[in-house]
Design a protein around this ligand. Structure first.
Ligand code: 13P
Length: 233
């Protein structure tokens, strides 16, 4: 399984150094990926995790003030990058075209994109979940070769579940995962949204899940260790 930690906009320099010490003794058979803030990427020193970023510029190096290019991420040994997180789509108004460009830039630099998709509560209520997922996936993979498409990791993160403590039922998760597989049959699919040490046993009954993208619990190493040990039982 893949366990990816999304620190979001958290952990100052000193906090991150202490945090890494707490993560350093995690011995897991799972593929562990840590996605710290851009600044903390420079202080990453774990050997039991691969390094990820939370975002990337849609442009190459150049006159784009405040942006970080895929080439620059690669030079800091970033291997994975989250793209199209709902928080960026909503707060930064990231468009479908921008997300497609970002994925292309990452692939050109041999960085694996972790593409986030998911519906709002309203969309689920109005039976628009598949329509939303289809739009987010087809636009993201537009213009990619089949072999590049296969490199993507998908994270299904229902927006109504992120940070709310509410998770979808296993059958709801299975339905969406199967739908995603109609576009991307060869890709790993993660679940994200309020996954924690208390609901992992239930989620883990869902055999279609290839791993998890964790927000809140990523900041709590002790709870994270319980999560991992339950997952490995
Ligand atoms: P939470 O685990 O805090 O719900 O966040 C999930 C998420 O957005 C990971 O990218």
């Amino acid at each position: 399984m893949i366990i990816a930690l999304n620190n979001k906009s958290n952990l100052s320099k000193d906090e991150f150094i202490k945090y890494q010490q707490n993560l350093s003794n995690i011995n897991s058979s799972n593929k562990m990926i840590l996605c710290p803030t851009f600044l903390n990427i420079n202080n990453f020193n774990l050997t039991n995790f691969s390094l990820g970023a939370q975002n990337v510029s849609m442009n190459n190096d150049g006159a784009y003030t405040g942006e970080i290019s895929a080439n620059s991420l690669k030079s800091y040994n970033v291997e994975y990058t989250i793209v199209g997180h709902s928080e960026r789509r909503i707060y930064q108004k990231e468009s479908l075209e921008e997300i497609n460009e970002k994925i292309k830039k990452l692939l050109e630099n041999n960085i694996i994109p972790i593409l986030c998709v998911g519906e709002t509560k309203e969309e689920r209520k109005n039976n628009k979940t598949e329509e939303k997922i289809k739009e987010e996936i087809t636009s993201a993979i537009e213009g990619l070769s089949d072999s590049d498409k296969d490199k993507l990791i998908i994270a299904y993160e229902p927006i109504w579940s992120i940070g709310t403590g509410i998770i979808p039922s296993n059958s709801e998760i299975e339905e969406v995962f199967k739908y995603i597989k109609t576009f991307l049959p060869n890709n790993k699919i993660l679940y994200g949204g309020s996954a924690n040490e208390e609901n992992i046993e239930l989620l883990n009954q869902c055999k279609i899940i290839d791993g998890y993208l964790l927000g809140g619990i990523s900041l709590k190493p002790e709870k994270l260790k319980v999560f991992i040990s339950k997952l490995e039982k």
